[in-house]
Design a binder for this molecule. Structure first.
Ligand SMILES: C[S@@+](CC[C@H](N)C(=O)[O-])C[C@H]1O[C@@H](n2cnc3c(N)ncnc32)[C@H](O)[C@@H]1O
Length: 239
């Protein structure tokens, strides 16, 4: 896959601290995004000057939240963020880029061939349709959906003890508070907001981490409702 134009998007000085030996490969990916990615409408041209700081480095710092050897599914991968960055940085991970749009999956497949990433694969589909097909330790998502909806899509894809890592903005705390009920109705879980990459990226990356605490798909409250004949409303009417 040719990047489609001349000239590299030079990494900032401190990118070497974050990416180490993988920096040349991340630079190839940056080049691809800045040229073919823009030409094919996967990334806005205004993002090019801030590709490193706002996109690649901002995604890379979540790596510290991903356990060794994990199966990762990147929901709504788009042009590959954060999944491709994690795949480059961490060859120990098995990364699935999950994306429903054909045009984007074509780009992603060409991208992983071009970068020669044997630990990264692409699947075309919607997260909510993958419940019987995907089991992961970590689900990542950036700029995909509000947290409550993301929980409905992501939590069924996780193994017990697995986590959704949702990259969010400054309103992460209030978004989490609003979504807590929906998240635990989907699956028993604990959730917190973490800021990662302090001193490496400015501002630090805000992540909502939701960790599932049971094997099965539904919380005990919703199970109890189902086994006693449905919703709270119905029970109320019977009495
Ligand atoms: C705004 S883009 C973000 C892309 C990338 N994560 C990033 O940060 O640049 C949102 C992506 O989510 C995908 N998407 C939308 N609904 C989805 C669903 N139900 N399951 C998986 N992906 C979905 C879209 O096709 C799109 O590529």
């Amino acid at each position: 896959m040719a990047s489609g134009a001349e000239g590299m998007v030079a990494p900032p000085e401190h990118a070497k601290d974050l990416f180490g030996d993988t920096l040349p490969l991340v630079a190839r990916y940056a080049d691809l995004l800045a040229h073919a990615g823009v030409e094919r409408g996967l990334i806005g041209p205004r993002e090019v000057p801030r590709l490193w700081e706002r996109h690649l480095m901002n995604c890379a710092v979540i790596e510290e939240l991903v356990p060794e050897g994990a199966d990762v599914v990147d929901i709504g991968s788009g042009a590959g963020l954060p999944g491709v960055v994690l795949g480059i940085l961490r060859p120990d991970l098995t990364v699935t880029l999950l994306e429903p749009l054909l045009r984007r999956t074509v780009f992603l497949r060409e991208c992983i061939d071009y970068l020669e990433l044997p630990n990264v694969q692409v699947r075309r589909g919607r997260a909510e349709e993958m419940r019987s097909e995907v089991r992961a330790d970590i689900a990542t998502a950036r700029a995909v959906a509000p947290l409550a909806r993301l929980g409905v899509w992501a939590l069924p894809l996780l193994r017990k003890g697995g986590s959704l890592l949702a990259l969010k903005g400054e309103q992460a705390e209030s978004e989490l508070e609003e979504a807590r009920r929906d998240l635990s109705a989907q699956r028993p879980c604990v959730a917190d907001v973490i800021r990662v990459g302090r001193g490496k990226v400015e501002p630090a990356t805000t992540v909502v981490r939701v960790t599932v605490t049971s094997e099965s798909g539904h919380s005990s409250a919703s199970k109890a409702r189902r086994s006693s004949g449905g919703s709270r409303k119905k029970r109320g009417r019977k009495r």
